[in-house]
Design a protein around this ligand. Structure first.
Ligand code: HEM
Length: 336
């Protein structure tokens, strides 16, 4: 994670203007591919990233008017999704083939893909290539766009909060003293972690969870719920509820100060869902966001424009307009 973030920081220039979501998306994609598949997409990553962006965008349409259109109708949006899915499938197939090739050459595969290929059930059966591909696509898709969206919101919030940003750079200078962070720093970077947590409260990328169905009749918060009822839970609405978060619309990482806990009930903060189907990559994402933020903020300030943007609820909660940022290299400012 840090290696990918350092490489990105080295490619950035003082005063350069960037598309924040795109930079974060390419970064988290590289991270997930390297950590999970032990491979590098080299020049193909934008092809995969663009295909994924199409799926994300059109899925929002599908959640709207798409719900009223029978599933057999091939709308232009659905055709775009199918083409994008075919691209994703073929790119992931390519990664699997590369991995199988490496296995044959007896390279040691410690990554998740190698483990899926090597996995055997009780009878010695293995996963089919299609099953491996489906697992890989799930992890790849679940594992990068959510995190990049969260990081995009994070830069947006930081840009509008000079005091929070100043405290962040002070922590990074104190804990890291100019070196790149490592996994061991995760626990030491408490203010950085609080910023990440507060960002996920205000702008949970998964603003609504996959629905649950009540198996039995139950009463929830005084409301009787018959068996078979579909229940939608929204981190967006709960996490902005003043009953659990005073001044809920204000970005205040202080809420998460471990020394002065603010008594947030369990599951009032649930950007990763909850229960047996909770996000499999929650820890991965929290570590990733913290280390990426630490690596990049150590070197750069991002001034994000526009300064106010409304969120748009599609497959994820994303800024309705693209966010751009002007980079300010902190080291260039010191030497200037
Ligand atoms: C900020 C980043 C992320 C957010 C906000 C997020 C959010 C979520 C949410 C809300 C769910 C549904 C949970 C539920 O229904 O209760 C979920 C499921 C899942 N997530 Fe994440 N996720 C993130 C990052 C990741 C990463 C990095 C990975 C993998 C490396 C990942 C893998 C998965 C998987 C496999 C599931 C399905 C779990 C299951 O159904 O058993 N996620 N995620």
């Amino acid at each position: 994670m840090v290696h990918c973030a350092v490489t990105l920081a080295e490619s950035w220039q003082d005063r350069q203007r960037i598309d924040v979501q795109r930079e974060m998306s390419l970064l988290t994609q590289r991270i997930v591919v390297r950590s999970l598949f032990g491979n590098d997409l080299a020049d193909r990553d934008s092809r995969l990233g663009d295909a994924m962006a199409v799926v994300g965008r059109e899925f929002g349409v599908e959640l709207g008017v798409g719900l009223l259109t029978p599933s057999w109708v091939r709308t232009p949006a659905r055709r775009r999704v199918l083409a994008a899915v075919a691209t994703v499938d073929s790119e992931i197939d390519r990664l699997i083939r590369a991995r199988q090739e490496a296995e044959r050459e007896a390279e040691d595969g410690e990554d998740l893909l190698s483990r899926l290929l090597a996995a055997r059930d009780e009878e010695g059966g293995r996963l089919t290539v299609r099953q491996v591909r489906d697992e890989a696509v799930t992890l790849w898709a679940a594992g990068h766009e959510t995190t990049s969206t969260a990081l995009t919101w994070c830069w947006y919030l930081l840009s509008a909060s000079p005091n929070t940003r100043a405290r962040l750079t002070a922590e990074l200078d104190r804990v890291l003293a100019g070196r790149a962070p490592s996994y061991d720093d995760y626990d030491r970077l408490s203010w950085t972690r609080q910023i990440v947590k507060e960002t996920l409260r205000l702008y949970p990328p998964a603003w609504i969870l996959p629905p649950r169905t009540a198996r039995d009749k139950v009463t929830l918060g005084g409301t009787p719920v018959p068996a078979g009822t579909t229940i939608w839970c929204s981190p967006w609405s709960t996490q902005r509820d003043p009953r659990w978060f005073p001044n809920p619309d204000v970005f205040r990482p202080e809420r998460w100060d471990v020394e002065r806990p603010e008594n947030v009930p369990e599951h009032a903060w649930f950007p990763f869902g909850g229960g047996p189907r909770t996000c499999l990559g929650a820890r991965f994402a929290l570590v990733e966001m913290t280390l990426v933020l630490a690596t990049l903020a150590q070197r750069f300030h991002l001034d994000v424009h526009p300064e106010t943007v409304t969120p748009k609820a599609g497959l994820q909660l994303q800024p309705a307009a693209p966010l751009h940022a002007t980079l300010h290299d902190r080291t260039a400012q010191t030497t200037r």
